[in-house]
Design a protein around this ligand. Structure first.
Ligand code: PCA
Length: 222
């Protein structure tokens, strides 16, 4: 089984993105029977998708788990849906890392309005909470880069390889971001790494289970 994990560079004036550190750390770990690869993505509209799809085409993973920072959230939040929209409010505090501020733009003109993940997000949240890690399903990945990456991958899978599963997980700020962002809730980096291990293992278990089960016909696999 092959799994691809991605994270993002810092953005919006922050010097840290905990998901950059998560992918660096998880690249050193092993999961039985799994070939794991990682990618660090730029915080650029469209290019983030291009780079991720290039990795996907080279590696042909069974599952893609993309990770990003959502400053202000209190726990780990697997995303349910990506929307076909790039939109930064005119008064938003920051553009992407190239200065782009798209408004009211589709990611794929003519693509579906929204695409659901087939990662086992409900089971992920259950196992994270059992481990004492704050977590909940999120129903909006926003309209910035993370949503752009999630939509781009799900749209690719829809058209090219429906057997692949993919999705996105937003992580809160890490403790080392507290001085830069004093109002944001934080979690220890080590707790978020343990959370990512659980997320990966839940995905592995789900793929194994669905390959032996012929009865699974839910469109969600949550
Ligand atoms: N979070 C941003 C972009 C990169 C990241 O880590 C987002 O939520 O869109």
């Amino acid at each position: 089984m092959k799994i691809l994990i991605s994270g993002f560079e810092p953005f919006g004036g922050s010097t840290v993105n905990p998901t950059e550190k998560l992918v660096q750390a998880i690249a050193e770990e092993t999961f039985a029977g799994v070939e794991l690869k990682t990618a660090l993505l730029p915080v650029y509209f469209d290019d983030c998708v291009k780079q991720l799809l290039q990795k996907i085409e080279e590696f042909r993973p069974d599952a893609v788990i993309s990770c990003g920072l959502a400053g202000g959230r209190t726990g780990i939040t697997p995303e349910r849906i990506a929307v076909n929209l790039k939109d930064i409010a005119p008064d938003a505090p920051y553009p992407d890392n190239k200065g782009a501020r798209p408004q009211d733009m589709p990611i794929n003109p003519g693509g579906p309005d929204g695409l659901f993940t087939k990662l086992p997000i409900r089971r992920m949240v259950g196992r994270l909470k059992e481990a004492g890690i704050p977590a909940s399903i999120s129903y909006s990945a926003g309209t910035f880069i993370c949503n752009n990456a999630m939509y781009g991958v799900l749209d690719y899978i829809r058209q090219n390889d429906p057997s692949m599963i993919a999705g996105f997980v937003h992580f809160p700020a890490s403790e080392e971001m507290a001085a830069e962002h004093p109002t944001w809730p934080t979690l220890p980096q080590e707790m978020m790494l343990e959370g990512l291990r659980i997320i990966i293992q839940t995905t592995i278990d789900d793929i194994k289970m669905s390959s032996v089960s012929e009865t699974q016909n839910s469109c969600f696999r949550v």
